[in-house]
Design a protein around this ligand. Structure first.
Ligand code: FE2
Ligand code: FE2
Length: 168
């Protein structure tokens, strides 16, 4: 996303996800930190919107991509502190997210696959649809971007300051 609020001006995107965004179960994601510099809600919207744009450009099912992208991390625990007996966070949370998403809205086969397989790479669950692969790749990209983005900006500012000091 070019800016955090770019999606708000995309009327078609907003109309696709508006009913989901209006749900308290989705808004609650704002209470959880995802990657140090972003909340889980900001992360979910970023993954959803960027995946939607790619799917649209590729003439794929951008509606399912946008909706399932928004719900792909619909879980309510701190993944850095909560540990499970049944498997790793990478394995467990797509299943938790799918169960929670099913309580909010009917999901088609593709939307279920997108949520369940979004950790492809960290888990062996291979995406069945190109839309699932898009969300999985965008998720990786956003995670890196959300973590290092602000750090890079800080470094750029520091380097600029130092340069100015040495110039004068
Ligand atoms: Fe996830
Ligand atoms: Fe994610």
């Amino acid at each position: 996303m070019k800016s955090k609020n770019e999606w708000r001006t995309d009327k078609e995107y907003v109309s696709i996800v508006a009913d989901l965004l209006a749900q308290p179960a989705v808004q609650k994601l704002a209470n959880y930190t995802q990657h140090h510099h972003s909340t889980r809600l900001q992360h979910s919207i970023a993954v959803s919107y960027d995946s939607y744009k790619i799917a649209k450009k590729m003439h794929l099912d951008y509606r399912s991509t946008a909706r399932a992208g928004l719900l792909h991390d619909l879980f309510y625990y701190d993944w850095r502190t909560t540990k499970f007996n049944l498997g790793t966070h990478a394995f467990i949370h797509p299943r938790v997210a799918l169960r929670n998403a099913e309580k909010l809205t009917p999901l088609n086969k593709k939307e279920k696959d997108i949520i369940l397989k979004h950790m492809f790479g960290a888990t062996l669950a291979v995406p069945r649809y190109p839309e699932s692969l898009i969300v999985s790749l965008v998720d990786d990209f956003e995670a890196e971007h959300e973590f290092f983005g602000p750090l890079r900006a800080k470094m750029r500012r520091k380097i600029k300051k130092r340069r100015m000091r040495t110039t004068w």
